[in-house]
Structures are given as C-alpha cells and as structure tokens.
Design a protein around this ligand. Sequence first.
Ligand code: NAD
Length: 502
Amino acid sequence: MLDRPTTRAGWEARAADLKPEGRAFIDGRLVPARSGRTFEKRSPVDGRIIAAVADCDAADVDAAVAAARAAFEDGRWRNLPPAEKKRILLAFADRIRADLDHLALLETLDVGKVIGNALAVDVPFCANCLQYYAEFADKLYDEIAPVGPDDTALVRKEPLGVIGAIVPWNYPLIISAWKIGPALVAGNSVVLKPAEQSPLSAIRLGQLAKEAGLPDGVLNIVPGFGESAGQPLALHPDVDMISFTGSTEVGKLMMVYAGQSNMKRVALECGGKSPHVVMADADLDAAAEGIAWGIFYNQGETCHAGSRVLVHRSVQAALVEKIAAVAKAQIPLGHALDPAAQMGALVEPRHLERVLGYVETGRAEGARIACGGRRATADGLEAGLYMEATILDDVAPNARVAREEIFGPVLVVTPFETEADAVRLANDSIYGLAAAVWTADMNAAHRLTRSIRAGTVWVNCFDRSSLATPFGGFKQSGFGRDRSPHAIEKYMDFKTVWTAYR
Ligand code: NAD
C-alpha cells in the first residue's frame, strides 16, 4: 500500500495518477451507458477534467431496475440467513475502510471538500453507517399480536422490493450509506442515482460491494443527470420506493412522479435554513465556535448548516466579532488537497456564482458585510472554485438572504429583543431541518426546544451527531428519517399472517 501523502504536492501527484471509473454498475458489472454517451467530470478543486462518466438515461435505468427486481424476486439476498447478510455487509464496510485514501481522493476531486475531512469524516462515516446497519441483520424481530388463545396473528415486517435512491453531491458517500445500509439490511434491492456532480465514489461503492460478496443485481449504480436518469427512476412502474435527498424543489417533484406512476412510497430529506437562537446569557465563546463550524464546515454545503443566527441585540456585536475570529483562526480556506485546509472549493461554477449572487442580494437588501464576501484566488486557488467565509450582519428577517437556502459559506445575522420574537423568527421559515439554542438558563432552553419546529434541536452545541439518532426535517425539509433503527422501518412494511386453530 502507498504511504498516505502529507502535503498538497503529494496529494496532487496522487491525483494526477488517478484513473477514476466512470461506467455504470448494473447487475454486478461495470457497463457504459447503452447510448454510449458520456459526460465530462471537471474537478472544482482545480478545474481539471478527471473522468468521462456514463450518461445514463431511461434505458440504463430500465436495465438497473430489471436487475434489482430479478435479484429481489429470486431471493438471492433477502432470503439469505441473517448471519450471512450481516457478514457480507460487514465485509462491505471493511472494504470501504481499506479503500480509505482512494475513496477520499475521489470525493475531494469530485466535489471540492477538503481532503482532511474526506479522510476523517466522509469515508469512515460511510463505513460506520454500513456496519451499524449490518449489525441489525440478525436482530430484527417480527411481532405476534394479542388476538386471543385460538389464533396466531403474526405481524411480519417485509422488505418493499426495489428502492430507488436519489442523492445530492454535498456528502455523496455518507448520504448514499444512509440509504443503502437500512434498505439492504431490510432485504431490498437498490438502484442508486448519484448527483451528476458527484458520481465517482458511488461507482466505487458498487465495485466494493461486489468484492465484499453482495450478490449481483442487489446494488446498482446509475450515474447521470436529474432529468435523464433521476426522473425515469422516480417514474418507474417497478420501483417500490424513492428515497430522496436533495433540494425541496426537486423533492416535491418526487411526490408528483409517484402520483403519476405507481404510487410508490417517497421519503424526502430536503433543504434547510437552520437557525441558532443565541440568548443574552449564552456562553458567547462556545456559541461562536459552534456557529462558525456549523456554517463554514464543508464550505457551508450542508443541508442542516446553521445558516441563520438570531441573537439578542445586547450581545450581537460581540458575537459577530467572535464568530469571525473563530473562522479566521480555526477554519482556514485552502486548496482542497492541502491537508491543513478546513474550507475547500464549492462544487461547480454555477453554484459559486449563485452563492456570490446572494452576497450581492444581501448587500442590496441592506446587510453589513462583517467578513468575507468574495471569491478567493490567492495562493494558486484561481483555477478552482473557492470563496471566503462570509458573515452578513443586521439582516432583516424578510430579506431573501434570511429566507432562502444559500448552501454556501454565508451566515446571516438578525437581532431580536424577546424570547417570543426569537421563537417567531426561528419558526418563520418553510424549512424545519435543525436548530440550536444557546443559553445558560435550562428552563429557557426547555421552552425553546419545545417551541421550535425542527427535526433536531441542539442545546449549547451544534452538529453533534450519531447513527443512533434519526435525522431529517419538519415542514418542507421533508419527511421520513435517515439514521437510527427507525430508518430500517421506512424500507419495510407490515404483513399480517393470521392462523386459526381448531
Ligand atoms: P438537487 O435537488 O438539485 O439534486 C438532488 C438529486 O436529485 C441529484 O441526484 C439530481 O440529479 C436529482 N434530480 C434533479 N432533478 C431531478 C428530477 N427532475 N428528477 C429526478 N431526479 C432529479 O439537490 P443538490 O443541488 O444535488 O443538493 C443540494 C440540496 O440537497 C440542498 O437543498 C440541500 O439542503 C439538500 N440536502 C438535504 C439533506 C437532508 O438530509 N435533508 C442532505 C444533503 C443535502
């Protein structure tokens, strides 16, 4: 095994030698798109073209769904003894861990996240998730309902069949694992459609699953664009469920597609505009640290990023100064292959323009730019898509930048006067993915956590997480939950088997 590079130059040399696989993975085999078409995958890290990727369309989706259906119907996976399923899924997790440097490099080159986080977070969290669900394989019990002494009503939990998983580009490995893990342990087959911006690690997952012994057809990967590959998957009459993570706009389309086709189930993890509520008595140093990491980690391309700060007016100035100081001292922006960088490149030119456009909108709406606000081009970053950590202060609650998901390193700060105002502002959003409250008064914390509508509410911390807790949102952040044992239930349904004795 090669030694892990410790410098940007070392990683750049490794990247120059990398030959990412760009073919689809269908029925256990790497295959080109049936049309023969490919699309160029350009890295946001430095603008280089890194792969030609299969541009899958309805014909490829049909082939993948047929393979998944055949695998489901003949029971080659769902009817395996539970201990055997567990062994294969654990082997899958081990293969991912053994492929750490390679997968991390693919992820960084594909989406621009910093290599240090790809190594320490994205790849291990993906493996840990598959291991977590593997361990349920021989611990899922059915139920016997209390129907009296002369009958047995067995309430069995059965897999749904073929799951279409459509995922975004911001945490490709982690979010794919959040879907693949529980769907597979429940006995389903999966067709995974990665985002067009991030196909490479998903294709690699297909290869590693096969090496681990997952039977052919059980996990299929169809790279391609939303309308040409995602839509036919979501409209497919032989797909039993779509498990979607992405924008609220596209999430709503999934419900339309389900209604237009076979009434397949839909689970949606969508956008967010998560608020921090900082009370006057909060520990401002702790809050500043939680807030800075909560928005600038992964360049702000995080669905639950704490992108809105609602702060008591008496501590607003002090807090903003401290957040900017944490960003400067602890979260350096740098080339994504530099192991010391904490903020890397945004995913694609269109997205960088969109995020920079929001800064201009904020300025026009009267916000004060407390720090950042520009594209970063120093130190050889000009070929990539880098942007400074940005804080927009004194933002009016009805400003577009306070209401719309920016999905980049841009924090907006709005003052409040009373706790009731804070709750009203926190809930005045179409989203309800996550929130945090910062206060020394645990009675106030209790009131706030009960009043704020969000799937996760952190108290005096931010973004602490575990596979053991459900993740997902209220309102237009979606429904259905990833992570935790509850996620398995999403991929199963009850069947009652009633037997009468005489
Ligand atoms: P997106 O909605 O544009 O794309 C998500 C996926 O849907 C991609 O695979 C894309 O190809 C596919 N898609 C696009 N149009 C489609 C269509 N018409 N039919 C079928 N599939 C289609 O989102 P994105 O830009 O990739 O990701 C960013 C968004 O994802 C943000 O809104 C973010 O908040 C959200 N997100 C949510 C969570 C969560 O758990 N709640 C996690 C990560 C990201």
